[in-house]
Design a protein around this ligand. Structure first.
Ligand SMILES: Cc1ncc(C[n+]2csc(CCOP(=O)(O)OP(=O)(O)O)c2C)c(N)n1
Length: 618
């Protein structure tokens, strides 16, 4: 079906192809990616942008002996195709299927597991040091995007690498996009390099000389010295950034010109010390819809190839949060919004449009965003940092050190709490209740539904201490059960009365518990359900009054059990010598794989059906 792709099953198969054939293979790969992702969903635009780059890397380097490390890893699909995993695309990101990220367990060509950004240079530096000690000869290449290189870890690694001067190649894949438009001083600097006509002239001069060499195909051993001096002689001042930190800079080069890519990679391969090759690519390349809207096509659901992604008719919780925050900003001029490179994902795009002067996209920098918010609060503002639960993990120390010790007036809007689905273990937000639970001075709330989320956000406006509001991924939902009163700290809600078993659930798990109750009622089992709303504040009055009426307390949370919501209730029961049995439902000390969210909740025993089964056994 694919003339060239059908013949390629390993990097070895590339070695015998000439440039024209590899270009044709690139066409096949793009068609394959679009067709295959239209059926499964996945990360589309970043992968379409790195087709030639990945082909060139596998043509020039000898994977897995040479180590190619993909930052974030969402752009590793072409690498997967070239390393014998075409068939895996049928199950991409599905339960038990092929991962959307590099996985050491999946292939010897996947050198390091990723998912969160800005780790590749650290990993590659470590590998380079190990290689020196072991005295082995492999090449080490880190491929990092212009978005991910803004992350603190990447900059820390560059700082270190420039000092230790290990042989290593950093490929800076610059498409001028993060998920949304890349922002910041680094992005501006890189764009100015791309747009500098002087540099383009240098590039042309270098190209001309390269072209004169043996019949277009370079004999590197003889000419690389000349090329090195050409490139370094012409090294433009604008590239001082990396050079002054001790990293040799080459580029920028056209990341869709295979010949250039292969030439430059062959050349960098012969150089000593740390090198950065600046490669310019177009996100979404080759598929019109993705080229026009690379942000929208960053992560796609299933779609129709001819029509593109269908517009959503339902509203997501993130969109609701963005709109609500705009509403709050209208009422209170101190409200400011912060995102770490996730304006669309967290729903803040609308805030940017409405209040551009009170909106900050800090780049992929969750640690900075947290302490920056503390600074804003110190300056008298009312900061809201909207962030995915799993990415906030990076800012644990900042939460303690800069927010909570001195009780800064910052609200964290924690999106994607609980299981998130197809991105798998790196992205599930199942640790936040535990890590937030461990930090004093922060109030943590989780709403039962969208209406309660709104009440919590209203509450936050007048609350002047650290606050986190945590909600799941997905579309808005209303329970229309129980009360919708103003928030009072530490007040639980009995959402459904019953007997014998007292379920105390938090956030989305209130909904699952209510659904479980529907199942149980058919068998005349009728548990009481409490909506806890708060992670740390226990409604002692309420529990003291009713606890003796029950045989069991069952706590339910979409979080790891260790240190989570249930642990608070356990302590309450122990401290007060209550004679009641307690069970904790949650995630039991394991990383949860990828899959459909409902299936995964079932897998971990938190689907309504599994909760019902559990209660029935009690
Ligand atoms: C710590 C962390 N924060 C946020 C994200 C979400 N994220 C995934 S890809 C991406 C953009 C990366 O941009 P870039 O490195 O330029 O890659 P591109 O998609 O443009 O190829 C972001 C912000 C993440 N994976 N990790």
């Amino acid at each position: 079906m694919y003339k060239y792709l059908d013949k390629v099953n390993s990097p070895e198969d590339l070695k015998s192809l000439n440039i024209d054939e590899i270009n044709l293979l690139a066409n096949d790969i793009r068609k394959f990616l679009v067709k295959s992702l239209s059926k499964t969903g996945g990360h589309l635009s970043a992968n379409l942008g790195v087709v030639e780059l990945t082909l060139a890397l596998h043509k020039v380097f000898d994977s897995p002996n040479d180590k190619i490390i993909w930052d974030v890893g969402h752009q590793s699909y072409v690498h997967k195709i070239l390393t014998g995993r075409k068939e895996g695309f049928e199950t991409l990101r599905q339960f038990k299927g092929m991962s959307g990220f590099p996985k050491e367990a999946e292939s010897e060509h996947d050198i390091f597991d990723t998912g969160h950004s800005s780790t590749s240079i650290s990993v590659a530096s470590g590998l380079s040091c190990a290689k020196d000690i072991k005295n082995t000869k492999e090449k080490i290449v880190a491929v990092i995007g212009d978005g991910s290189i803004t992350g603190g870890m990447a900059l820390e690694a560059i700082n270190h690498l420039g000092y230790i001067k290990k042989d290593m190649i950093i490929i800076l894949n610059d498409n001028e996009m993060s998920i949304d438009k890349n922002v910041g001083g680094m992005a501006t600097h890189l764009s100015s390099i791309i747009r500098s006509s002087r540099i383009n002239k240098v590039k042309d001069d270098v190209k001309k000389i390269l072209k004169k060499s043996k019949s277009g195909e370079l004999a590197y051993k003889t000419v690389h010295k000349v090329k090195g001096s050409i490139v370094s002689n012409f090294l433009p001042q604008e590239c001082d950034l990396f050079e002054s930190l001790g990293i040799r800079y080459y580029g920028p080069i056209d990341g869709h010109n295979l010949k250039d890519l292969i030439d430059y990679l062959e050349f960098t391969k012969t150089r000593k010390g740390p090198i950065l090759l600046h490669v310019i690519t177009k996100k979404g390349r080759g598929y019109k819809f993705a080229e026009n809207e690379p942000d929208k096509y960053h992560g796609v659901p299933k779609f129709d190839i001819k029509c593109g992604i269908k517009e959503k008719t339902s509203k997501t919780i993130s969109t609701f949060v963005g709109e609500k925050l705009v509403d709050m900003a209208r009422k209170d001029k101190d409200v400011v919004a912060i995102t770490a490179a996730m304006p669309s994902g967290t729903g803040l795009s609308i805030f940017e449009k409405s209040y551009p002067n009170r909106y900050y996209d800090v780049g992929i920098a969750e640690q900075h965003a947290t302490t920056f918010s503390a600074g804003l609060a110190k300056g008298g503002m009312k900061p809201y940092f909207a962030v995915y639960s799993s990415f906030l993990q990076r800012a644990y120390d900042q939460l303690i050190h800069d927010i909570c010790i001195t009780k800064k007036n910052v609200t964290f809007l924690i999106d994607r709490g609980g299981l998130v689905g197809n991105d798998g273990e790196t992205h599930h937000g199942v640790f936040d209740l535990s890590y937030l639970n461990s930090i004093p001075n922060i109030t943590v709330m989780a709403p039962k539904d969208i209406k309660e989320l709104e009440i919590m956000m209203d509450f936050s406006l007048n609350y002047e201490e650290p606050l986190a509001i945590r909600y799941p991924r997905g579309d808005v939902y209303y329970l229309e059960k129980g009360e919708y009163k103003d928030m009072e700290i530490g007040k639980y809600e009995i959402i459904s009365k019953g007997e014998k078993v007292l379920i105390i659930a938090i956030g989305l798990m209130v909904k699952h518990s209510l659904d479980a109750k529907e199942i149980l009622l058919k068998e005349n089992i009728n548990p009481t359900i409490i909506n806890a709303r708060f992670l740390k504040h226990i409604d002692k009055n309420l529990l003291d009054n009713i606890i003796d009426d029950y045989d069991y307390i069952v706590t339910i949370e979409d979080n790891v059990i260790t240190g989570g919501f249930g642990s608070r209730i356990n302590k309450f029961v122990i401290d007060n010598d209550y004679n009641i049995k307690v069970r904790n439902l949650g995630i039991d000390d394991e990383f949860i794989e990828q899959g459909n969210v409902d299936d995964l909740y079932d897998l971990v025993g938190l689907s309504p059906e599994k909760i019902a089964e559990f209660i029935k056994k009690l």
